[in-house]
Ligand binder design. Structure first.
Ligand SMILES: Cc1ncc(C[n+]2csc(CCOP(=O)(O)OP(=O)(O)O)c2C)c(N)n1
Ligand SMILES: [Mg+2]
Length: 556
């Protein structure tokens, strides 16, 4: 049977496992929307295409599968750029389907034309640097090949975004419905075996070390290796720190967790690394600017290093490793754990991590290096309150980062998604909405007031669809990070950081959103009764002193 390309695309998404698609329609993409009408896909109307692309990213994160967004040609597509770039930086399998002017008017100045012909916007060029694969599909004779390649990039072990643009007339063309038989959807094959010598070399380095340290990155979570990480750490007495994205790779409330490592962290893991560790196992962590203390040259010399990552580009990017292995972290850690058990690899001396942290804290206090003074106590208390209220299974999308990194200990069943990628403001709310479409777990979006202003209308998206969502808004009437930098490095010459906020209680009321304000620790009592965190949309506004700066330097 012959069916329109627009319907093939919808079936393609269904077969990729996509259940929700986020976007905004326009004339140039209406055939695909029409295909969505009676499909199994749930379409969610966003307020802005950037948010739709962040939603697709949030959906991809929480499901571990493909996230999808859909827009019209021209401005619909160009509005996607930041979200697609963010997915690119975070290796997220996000597909964007966009419309395009019909091919017979290419080059003639069609409305919203972005074919690149006749001086029009060149959408293909625009997305070239931020996608794994992108195509303006002008004919159908190679459609199967395009979709097959797209599926390959989306379903691979190191995925990234795909943008496919379809001229209006191509969407309406008829093709044989069996065309999707040519697409390989089942690419997630069995777990690759880790060659024995790599495990032998790993064990030799581990055996030779007195005080190994594991630095766990997001690769451990993506590789579904938390249980193995925990088992190895516990069995051999190896403390674990994590990158920001790796928070939760090991239960941060467990005895061998040193918390996360990095410029904006409390500094315990840094001290352990500097003072104790003789072997560092960097497992699925990029060792980027933040984690590496701006590539501090004194951090790793003299220590042995094992680095395992499924992304070849991460290996030995900024340091030399004694063992560098490209592998899925799940496969590696399962093989390593089995070998440790089989060979009865002896444990290291037990490490009293709690005592180490207490001593490090005293040291930090004496050096005057505490990041947060008492003006942040209510913020700290809020995160501890969250831990108690939701001991397991909380999902947090976080644009603020410094608070959660220091105050919130992620458990293994929690999901913590910091806004890494390209660190765009205005991400947490739409990304959480993307997750809300598919999870029933309690969901939180943490965001500053500057970021909130970039995506606030998406609260109405959550309201429209009845998605339960808790937005925690840090109100300091300023772009706090910018203000901090202007304080630290520009002699308090504050420019374009402060602003007035609306009355958020009134704003929330007009949106049909429940609002509470937290000014101090006392306001936390009764919070559990006054807010239903599992239903509806809640705006939890936390007041933060405009002149209170977290005491770390990003050296910019
Ligand atoms: C899209 C975008 N524009 C600009 C920046 C630069 N930037 C980083 S943090 C920040 C201020 C954030 O202010 P706010 O959201 O209020 O958080 P606060 O630091 O006050 O907690 C800015 C402007 C960015 N990260 N993303
Ligand atoms: Mg702010």
């Amino acid at each position: 049977m012959q069916i329109p390309v627009s319907h093939v695309l919808v079936r393609f998404l269904e077969q990729l496992g996509v259940r929700c698609i986020f976007g905004i329609p326009g004339s140039h993409i209406l055939p695909v929307y029409d295909g969505l009408y009676d499909s199994s896909l749930r379409s969610v109307l966003a307020k802005h295409e950037q948010a739709a692309s962040f939603m697709a990213g949030g959906y991809a994160r929480i499901t571990g599968g493909v996230g999808a967004c859909i827009t019209t040609a021209g401005p619909g597509a160009t509005n996607l750029v930041t979200g697609i770039a963010s997915a690119y930086a975070d290796h997220l399998p996000v597909i964007a389907i966009t419309g395009e002017a019909p091919t017979h008017i290419f080059g003639k100045g069609g409305l919203q034309e972005s074919s690149g012909e006749g001086g029009s916007v060149d959408q293909v060029a625009l997305f070239a640097g931020i996608t794994r694969y992108h195509k303006l599909v002008e004919r159908t004779d190679y459609l199967a090949s395009v979709l097959n390649q797209a599926a390959g990039y989306l379903l691979s072990g190191t995925p990234g975004p795909v943008v496919l643009s379809f001229p209006y007339n191509v969407q309406k063309e008829l093709v044989d419905e069996t065309i999707l038989d040519q697409v390989a959807f089942g690419r997630r094959s069995g777990e690759p075996a880790i060659p024995g010598p790599y495990i032998d070399q790993s064990l030799a380095l581990i055996r030779a070390a007195k005080r190994p340290l594991i630095l766990a990155g997001y690769g451990c979570i993506r590789g579904n290796a938390q249980a193995q990480l925990h088992a190895i750490s516990k069995r051999l007495n190896i403390p674990v720190t994590s990158s920001l994205k790796g928070k939760g790779a090991i239960d941060e409330r467990s005895a061998l967790s040193l918390g996360s490592l990095g410029v904006t962290s409390g500094g315990y893991a840094l001290r352990y690394l500097e003072q104790k560790a003789d072997l560092v196992m960097i497992l699925g962590a990029g060792f980027n600017e933040r984690t590496s203390y701006v590539w501090d040259r004194n951090l790793l010399p003299g220590k042995k290093i094992i680095q395992v990552d499924n992304d070849l580009q991460q290996l030995q990017k900024v340091f030399r490793a004694d063992l560098a292995l490209q592998a899925d972290l799940g496969a590696y850690l399962r093989a390593l754990e089995a070998a440790i058990l089989n060979l009865h690899v002896p444990a290291k001396q037990p490490v009293d991590v709690a005592a180490f942290i207490a001593a490090a804290q005293a040291d930090i206090d004496q050096a005057g290096e505490r990041i947060f003074d008492a003006r942040f106590d209510h913020v700290r208390a809020f995160y501890r309150w969250l831990e108690q209220q939701f001991p397991d299974g909380l999902v947090m999308f976080d644009d603020n980062i410094v608070f959660a990194q220091n105050f919130y200990r992620v458990s293994r069943q929690d999901r913590f998604y910091p806004n890494t990628g390209i660190s765009s403001l205005g991400h947490a709310i739409p990304a959480a909405i993307g997750a809300a479409c598919t999870t029933e777990q309690p969901l939180f979006a943490m965001i500053g007031d500057g970021g909130f202003h970039m995506c606030a209308m998406e609260l109405m998206t959550a309201v429209n669809y009845g998605f339960p969502l808790n937005v925690v808004l840090f109100n300091n009437n300023t772009m706090g990070l910018i203000r901090k930098n202007q304080h630290q490095h520009y002699n308090d010459r504050f420019i374009d950081c402060d602003f007035k906020n609306p009355d958020f209680a009134t704003l929330a009321q007009s949106f049909g959103v429940h609002h509470v304000r937290i000014e101090n620790e006392q306001d936390l009592s009764g919070l559990a009764e006054s807010v239903d965190f599992h239903h509806g949309v809640n705006l939890i506004e936390i007041l933060v002193d405009q002149d209170a700066y977290p005491n770390y330097s990003s050296r910019r």
